[in-house]
Design a protein around this ligand. Structure first.
Ligand code: PLP
Length: 409
């Protein structure tokens, strides 16, 4: 009889958003008149920009004519998009990334989840706590974590990030082979400084570890003391894999397009102790299991790099970041302690003394009809915090903040 992958039995239930949905439904049933504002799930609300829509339309037309129709494309992405990424995202930072180091995909979620496949099962992984859950769960599936005991996996190294350490985790004390860092961070909305990231790159070199650098939110950075790409740090090409996405940057959450950079220099050891480059391994993985992002969508993504596309997208990002400012300043004005919201569309609120994440969630839902995300859902260190997103409409953001201001904590 077929047997299942036993690692899946080590997964913990992903109850966070299901629990939120259940609570919201129950509340709606008992308060049908309530006008609920959702600032919980991190999905965008602005539509695709005109430059992207025009490019998608033109590509649809091409697909309808025999001479311009495209079938299977290159699994790694069309050259026009890989070149646009290298020229548009990296060259302006003074970074040379070769197009064959860029792998276009249907999402950073798929890539950060799939990348662990090219590493052996006995690698020790380190994740920050709280964390974007995909890094952890994909490694549970890959058999690298052991079992969870009271919510903590026995073989995972957790790096607490909280107000006490200014959301900058300390280096692991034990052996770690793969470190996941997300900057700007989901869920805390904070960034790591350039100097600290340089130390992380050095730490990875010294410890022969790989750095998985998720910069899905780099477009939201407004302060100068961080990096947009890990390759701004000298030596990062030898240790870091970078994940980027058009999802939040350009509203592609439903359209699906992202990319991963695997530099030629980044290596890990094989069973004989010999260093092997990861770029050909990831290429092999993608060419075997993935058949590329639709041509139409890649044309839409390439339009992000045109002058019109850039200007239009900048406006959307500014719109969300103005929402972030409104939330941040509004909550600070009533004495709440908040983090993030300057370089990321997430605001991380410290629950007032004595309140848990779920207490604050319930208060916002029941008293002012706002849906948020309890920080404890992102890991044990998230307890006592709550996440709001800046991805709502301006009108709803202002209304939500006005309502929260009526609360007494
Ligand atoms: N990485 C982080 C940190 C995210 O927050 C998200 C989405 O919320 C993703 C990756 C996934 O992005 P994509 O839509 O490209 O799969």
């Amino acid at each position: 009889m077929a047997t299942v992958n036993p690692n899946y039995e080590n997964l913990q239930g992903s109850y966070l958003f299901a629990n939120i949905a259940r609570k919201v439904e129950a509340f709606k049933e008992s308060h049908p008149e309530a006008d609920i504002i959702r600032l919980g799930i991190g999905d965008v609300t602005r539509p695709l920009v005109p430059a992207v829509i025009e490019a998608i339309h033109a590509a649809v037309e091409e697909m309808g004519s025999a001479d311009t129709f495209r079938g299977y494309g290159p699994e790694q992405g069309y050259d026009f998009l890989r070149n646009a990424i290298a020229e548009g995202d990296y060259a302006p930072l003074g970074i040379t990334i070769q197009p064959d180091e860029i792998f276009v995909s249907d999402g950073a979620k798929s890539d950060v989840g799939n990348i662990q496949e090219i590493f052996s099962e006995n690698n020790i992984i380190a994740i920050t706590d709280p964390v974007y859950p995909v890094y952890l769960d994909s490694n549970v599936m890959g058999g690298r974590t052991g079992k969870a005991i009271n919510g903590i996996y026995e073989k995972v190294v957790y790096l607490p990030t909280n107000a006490e350490n200014n959301f900058s985790p300390a280096f692991p004390k034990e052996r770690v082979d793969i470190v996941y860092l997300c900057c700007p961070n989901n869920p805390t909305g904070t960034v790591l400084s350039r100097a600290r990231l340089a130390e992380w790159v050095q730490w990875c070199k010294d410890n022969e570890a790989i750095l998985m650098f998720d910069s899905a939110y780099e477009a939201f950075i407004t302060s100068t003391d961080t990096v947009r790409s890990i390759y701004e740090i000298e030596g990062a090409r030898e240790v870091a894999i970078e994940f980027r996405s058009f999802s939040k940057t350009a509203g592609f959450t439903g359209t699906r397009c992202a990319y991963t950079v695997v530099p030629h220099e980044v290596t890990a050891k094989n069973a004989e102790g010999k260093r092997v480059p990861l770029n050909p391994m990831w290429n092999r993985r993608q060419t075997t299991k993935f058949n590329g992002v639709p041509y139409i969508i890649q044309r839409g993504a390439a339009a992000v790099y045109t002058p019109e596309g850039r200007a239009q997208i900048k406006e959307h990002i500014a719109y969300y970041m103005e929402n972030a400012r409104i939330i941040r300043e509004g909550l600070e004005a009533i004495g709440l302690t908040v983090f993030g919201g300057v370089d990321a569309p997430y605001i991380w609120i410290q629950a007032p003394a004595g309140m848990s994440s779920w207490d604050l969630f319930d208060t916002l839902l029941e008293k002012v009809h706002i849906v948020s995300t309890p920080g404890s859902g992102f890991g044990p260190e998230g307890e006592g915090y709550l996440r709001l997103t800046a991805f709502g409409s301006r009108e709803n953001t202002i209304r939500a903040v006005d309502r929260i201001k009526t609360l007494q904590f």
